[in-house]
Design a protein around this ligand. Sequence first.
Ligand code: FES
Length: 92
Amino acid sequence: MKPEEDICVCHHVSLNKLKNFIKRENPEVPSQLSECLGAGTSCGWCIPFLKKIHGCHVRGQSMDLTVSFENYAERRKQHNMKKSIKKADDPT
Ligand code: FES
């Protein structure tokens, strides 16, 4: 993914914003990335990727994702469609 592309599509939080937040705040746990403009607090699709970026930071590795944004966004769309179908099938 390119630095300007959104990791958290719901809240429009780009990889660059997350990298800057991590460098500035040095979060101890991945959940603290939610303090960066609400990343990960809506559909939840980006949470594994937020964890991956945080893990790279902790290990001193480059915080990059090799997936293309198009593929990432398409997989998120499918994930959210499955979630809506599941919710519609749930009688409770
Ligand atoms: S993509 Fe981050 S919460 Fe939906």
